[in-house]
Design a protein. Structure first.
Length: 308
């Protein structure tokens, strides 16, 4: 029996008050109907799937556009921050007398785009993000990162320089160690201990004497560390301080010492009281300054006032 001669009967049984429905179709007709139904299902699914894909692509495009716009605004803000940092860097260096540092912000040869190119790239982000070359975006992001690291390194150098200058400022003797009047200055003088006609009456005085009443506070004129606080031949009770910038200060003929060996001292701190110990003719402080191993005249340092 052929497929055409074979038939399939469909019987639908309705409720009691309706007539019985019967349909008889050839087997070939049934197969053709099923094939058409399957084809229609596949085509409908393909059409629906394509529509969903298009909707998803549109949504992805919107998300990508929003991300690119955000990236553009962040790059624009970062570029502005770096430009401000560069200007502040240059002003600080001018104030500190530091040489200019070659900045990566000068984009020639730095591997990044120029400022005009970056501005055009940002506009392109906002208008048509799909056309932006990701490698170009990454290149300019890397350039901004390098510029940021350069600014951080420059500020670290400036901070180090400021710390160094501040340390030198604090370590440089400034002002008077005690109130009073100047008596013997730095240089050669006639010795107050020489007798009439003494051939050795002329001597070198290595410091500045400041006279006042016994017990007058003597203050450190610079930051430093006490290396000797004891009785010393000729100087009597004396305090010797040094610091890492090559300065050393000595206060002699004290009546009382208020610091000890190894103690860190800051400018303005009372280290001793004025007296007349050692080789002295009356209450005063013998003030000496050394710099890099050589005695220097304290007089110019007395005229310098501490700005703090």
């Amino acid at each position: 029996m052929t497929t055409e001669s074979r038939r399939v009967t469909f019987l639908i049984v309705p409720p009691v008050d309706m007539a019985l429905w019967r349909a008889s179709l050839s087997l070939r007709t049934v197969f053709c109907g099923l094939g058409l139904w399957s084809l229609a299902t596949v085509v409908s699914g393909f059409i629906l799937g394509s529509g969903v894909d298009v909707a998803l692509l549109r949504a992805d495009n919107k998300v990508m556009r929003a991300r690119m716009a955000f990236m553009a605004s962040e790059m624009r803000r970062s570029q502005g921050d770096i430009a401000d940092a560069k200007r502040a860097d240059e002003r600080l260096r001018a104030l500190l007398g530091m040489p200019n540092r070659q900045a990566i912000i000068e984009n020639s040869g730095a591997g990044g785009a120029s400022a005009a190119e970056q501005g055009a790239l940002m506009n392109e982000f906002l208008q048509a993000p799909a056309r932006v070359n990701p490698s170009v975006v990454q290149r300019d992001i890397d350039a901004l990162r390098r510029e940021s690291r350069e600014r951080v390194a420059s500020y670290a150098e400036i901070s180090k320089n400021i710390a160094l200058k501040h340390g030198l400022f604090r370590a440089t003797p400034m002002g008077w160690p005690a109130p009073g009047r100047k008596t013997s200055g730095f240089g050669y003088r006639f010795s107050p201990f020489a007798g009439d006609g003494d051939a050795d009456a002329r001597e070198f005085h290595p410091g500045q004497d400041i006279a006042n009443e016994a017990g007058t506070p003597i203050r450190a004129t610079a930051d430093g560390v006490v290396v000797r606080a004891r009785y010393t031949t000729g100087y009597g009770l004396a305090v010797l301080m040094t610091n890492r910038f090559g300065y050393a200060v000595l206060f002699g003929h004290c009546s009382r010492l208020l610091v000890k060996d190894g103690e860190a001292v800051v400018r303005g701190q009372v280290v001793a009281l004025m007296g007349s110990t050692g080789r002295s003719t009356g209450p005063h402080v013998h003030y000496e300054i050394w710099h890099n191993g050589k005695r220097v005249d304290p007089l110019p340092f007395l005229a310098v006032r501490d700005a703090n």
